[in-house]
Design a protein around this ligand. Structure first.
Ligand code: GAR
Length: 190
């Protein structure tokens, strides 16, 4: 069975959906959840699914020890699911086209440094966009700029707040991300 590792910084609802899907469908093995935040809710969720966790610091990212921790888990794919730091260049280089990210908007709109989580939904709502959506893309050394793997749209014109936009977009993320991972691992058309 193919191996993935997941990076997450916060609550980890996407990571949870991935763990749920992997368990139900026996689609892939989650070798570990990595987090930069020792208080992240995702760590508790990993425990519930018996998935090992790795907590790391900025120093680990800078001195190469994060790369060796990643290598120890032998991933076929690395998934950033709500990971909010810039991803280290040495890992991207070691895993070409094998690091993917999910972004809660239709890139290239609403991407770049500082555009994450609710910041994205606030900007989308302030601009009175009719649609938002999700983008799954390969990770390169610039925030949110790698090749796009999948985009899905949702109409948000009836949303009265950024929080309502967030709910609609998150539903899309939960529906698609676990399946995109499976297809990528099996070289299937997306
Ligand atoms: C998700 O909406 C994800 O797309 C976003 O953070 C949220 C994490 O939610 N990621 C970014 O904004 C990256 N630029 P979760 O912890 O509940 O999965």
């Amino acid at each position: 069975m193919k191996n993935i590792i997941v990076f997450a910084s916060g609550g980890g609802s996407n990571a949870q959906k991935i763990m749920e899907y992997a368990r139900q469908e026996k689609a892939y093995n989650i070798a570990a959840i990595f987090s930069n935040n020792s208080n992240a809710g995702v760590l508790q969720k990993a425990l519930e699914y018996n998935v090992p966790t790795v907590v790391f610091t900025r120093e680990d990212m800078e001195n190469g020890s994060l790369l060796s921790k990643v290598q120890q888990h032998n991933p076929d794919l690395i998934v950033l699911a709500g990971f909010l730091w810039k991803f280290p260049a040495d890992i991207i280089e070691a895993y070409p086209n094998r690091v993917i990210n999910i972004h809660p908007a239709l890139l290239p709109a609403y991407g770049g440094k500082g555009m994450y989580g609710m910041h994205v939904h606030r900007a989308v709502h302030t601009n009175k966009e009719r649609e938002s959506g999700i983008t799954v893309h390969f990770v390169n050394n610039n925030y949110d700029e790698g090749n796009i793997i999948l985009q899905e749209k949702v109409v948000i014109e009836e949303c009265l707040s950024p929080e309502e936009v967030a709910v609609k977009v998150l539903e899309l993320e939960h529906e698609h991300l676990p399946r995109v991972i499976e297809k990528l691992l099996n070289n299937l058309k997306i």
